[in-house]
Structures are given as C-alpha cells and as structure tokens.
Ligand binder design. Sequence first.
Ligand SMILES: Nc1ncnc2c1ncn2[C@@H]1O[C@H](COP(=O)(O)OP(=O)(O)O)[C@@H](O)[C@H]1O
Ligand SMILES: [Mg+2]
Length: 250
Amino acid sequence: MTDLLPGAALTARGITKSFPLDGGARVDVLRGIDLDVLPGEMVSIVGQSGSGKSTLMYCLAGLERPDAGAIAVGGERIDRASPARLARLRRDRIGFVFQSYNLIPSLTVQENVALPARLARRSRPDTAAALAAVGLSGHERKRPGALSGGQQQRVAIARVLAAEPPIVFADEPTGALDSATGADVLNLLRSYAGADRSVVLVTHDLDAAARADRTIVLRDGAIVEILLRPSALDILAATRGESVRDRGAA
Ligand SMILES: Nc1ncnc2c1ncn2[C@@H]1O[C@H](COP(=O)(O)OP(=O)(O)O)[C@@H](O)[C@H]1O
Ligand SMILES: [Mg+2]
C-alpha cells in the first residue's frame, strides 16, 4: 500500500469492501481503490450501475467502513476512528448530498439548513445567506413535503453551504430532477469547489461529470481510468471501455 498523500482533502489507499451473499459467499464490491482529492478540486466518479460508486462514496465519507485500506479526510484517518470520533469528523469536515435529499420532514426548511451547522457548533450559521444562494429565500418556514424535488435538493445544498465542510460528497444529486433543475444543483456544487473546499460527485450525466477537474472511471469495483478535464465524449468512451488514446488514434 503506497502512502496517503499529505495535504490532500481526501486520500485513500487500497480500499476494499465486500458484502455477504446468501449461502455464505461474499461479493467483492470494491477491489483496492486508491484515490486523492486535492483542496479546491472537484472530482467526478462515473461507472455503470453496480460498479461500486455508492459503496465507494459511503466508505470515503465515513458512512460505511471499508474491509481494508486507509482513508484520511483533512489528514485525519477515518477508517480506524472510533464511532464517536468518526461522528465528530463527519459533522465537522464532511457534507453529503443524496439523490433522495434526506431532509428531516418534521423540521422546517430553515431548521433543516441550520441543523448540521449547529451540531458543528457554528454559533450563528448564516441560513439566510445559504437559502438566498440556492434561490429559496422566503421558503424558510415550509416543511420539505411542501416543496418540489428540485427545491428539496436545493435545501440539501443550502444545508451544506451553511455548515461549510471542507469536502462534500454528492451521490447522483440530480438523479431525480429534471434537466433544468439538475443544472441548477450542479452549478451550486461546481461553485462550492474552490479555495479549500472540494467536491466529489457521482453522476450518470456525462455533461455533469465533465464539469469536474478530474473524472474517475469505475468498473467492477476498480478504477480503470482517470481523465483530466475530459469532455463528455471522452467520459462516454471511457465508460464503454475504449481508452481516450484509442479514440484519438482512430
Ligand atoms: N449492503 C449491501 N449488501 C449487499 N450487496 C450490496 C450492498 N450494497 C451494495 N451492494 C452490491 O454492491 C454492488 C455495487 O453497488 P453500488 O455501490 O450501489 O453501485 P453503484 O452505486 O455504482 O450502482 C452491487 O452489485 C450491489 O448489489
Ligand atoms: Mg449508486
């Protein structure tokens, strides 16, 4: 196992994860992933359904423990942290945007946005600014159920903006949205990355993936290609197993 990269926003080496199947066998879902995300960088992860993208995101964000390997977020090992320490690291350093929004239905928009920031003891999270940034000023007192899907996802992004974690993981954040609404959400994530804030995005949308600084192509739980500032066509070719070099030569 090579060394974790000092100074990275996220650095992971040799991540493996398997799940039990009926009958006692196990399925290997991640087969030795090495990945670095630099401060300010946006990295997209693409791959066919079942290639292990969500499992990888869950491991990297400390929501799932890898079977083996090392992961550090902001220089702190999360793979071997105690549950209490891990909860603190997640609270202070990690944001997550899910396809299904994961808002708390009984809380208002304003309360949902303030919650992680308050837990992280930011004394006065600027929820008004966060909601204004996602175009939802005036919706503070509504419950999530009264909002459209796109609005709910923008609340989830405002929740991240208010807590300002150094790294945000977004797993198919536009998967349930129409394309115009999805583009808004993507723009918000793109502009979150920069300075010392990094974004890791899983998406099926090739144009969305191409907005990242770097694209990781996953196949059967392994990284098969890393593309620097690729076009959507480069990503399409790589997910189909053609290398960019082959395409260029053709
Ligand atoms: N908790 C689990 N138990 C058993 N198998 C799982 C579990 N989570 C994921 N898998 C399997 O791991 C593989 C990868 O899943 P996932 O990470 O969700 O892929 P993706 O997000 O790329 O579609 C799939 O074959 C899936 O069925
Ligand atoms: Mg998935």
